[in-house]
Write a protein of this length. Sequence first.
Length: 310
Amino acid sequence: MAVQSQILNIINSPVAVQSQHLNLMHTLLVDYCPLGSLLLVVAFRTGDYKQQVIFIGGLTDGFLATDYLEPLAIALDKEKWSLVQFLMTSSYTGYGTSSLQQDASEIDRLISYLINKENSEGVVLVGHSTGCQDIVHYMHTNAACSRAVRGVILQAPVSDREYKATLPETAELIDLASTMRKEGRGSELMPREADPCAPISADRYYSLSAYNGDDDLFSSDLSDDQLKTRLGHMSNTPCQVIFSMADEYVPDYVDKKALVERLCKAMGGAEKAEIEHGNHSLSNRVDEAVRVIIDFVKRDGPKGWDDPWS
C-alpha cells in the first residue's frame, strides 16, 4: 500500500537508546517521502514540551552523535525543553548521495510536524559540523516553517573544502568530479578512494570539496563580501557560533580567532563562543558545551508562539 506524503504518528514508548540518566526517548515517525515511497524518516524526542531544540549532525552522524547530547537533553528537560534528534536520509553513510537541498526539505518537514502535531511554540536549531551548512542553507530557503525557528546555534562550522585540501588525492578527485558533472554524470558514484566512509556522487564530492561548491560556506580564504553573501541572511535570526579553538579539522594555517570573528560579522553580529582547547565534537569540553548552549537557549529561544504563516 502506498504511503501518503504526510505525518504519521508518535510512538509513546521508550526506545532502546537508554542510559542511567536518560531513560525515555519517544520515537516520532515522520514521512518525508512522495506518494508511493515506503521510506520513513525517524526522530527521537526527549521530554514532552512545546519548545524544542533540534540537533542536526554532520557527515556520518546519527543518533547521539556527540558526547554532549545526553547531558544537554537532561539540562533542557530541567528548563522544560525537548531535544529532538532525527535521522535524515543523509545520516550515517547516506550523505554521499544526498544534498543540502534534500536535508533542508527534511528539516522543514520535521518542523512542520512539530508545529501541526505537537503544538510547538517554536524551535532552536543546533548544527554540528556539516550540520551547520544544512541549517544555513535551510534558513536561506525562507520556507514557511523556517519562520518558526527562534534561534540557531552553529557548533564547529568549519570548511570541508579546506580540510580536504590537506589530503593529497583531493585535487585529482575534484577534477574527476568536475568532468563527470560536465558530462551529465553528476549523480554517478566516484571511485572508492574519494571517500573511505561512504559511496559518494560526483555532485556531492564537488559540493564538499571544490571552491564555491554548495557546502563552501565557512572557508577562511573567502572574502568578507563572499562570506556575507553566503551568511548574511542569518542576521534575521538570533545566532550563536560555537568554535573549537583546537578543532582538528581546521588546518593549522587558519587563524581561528580571526575566522570566527569574520563569520559572526558576516551573520550580522552573531554571538561567538570560543571553546579553548575544545576539539571538533567538544568531547573534551562537554560541560562547557552544555552550559553555552543552555545559556543561549534560555536567552534567545521562543518568547511565546505566534503563527509563522500570519
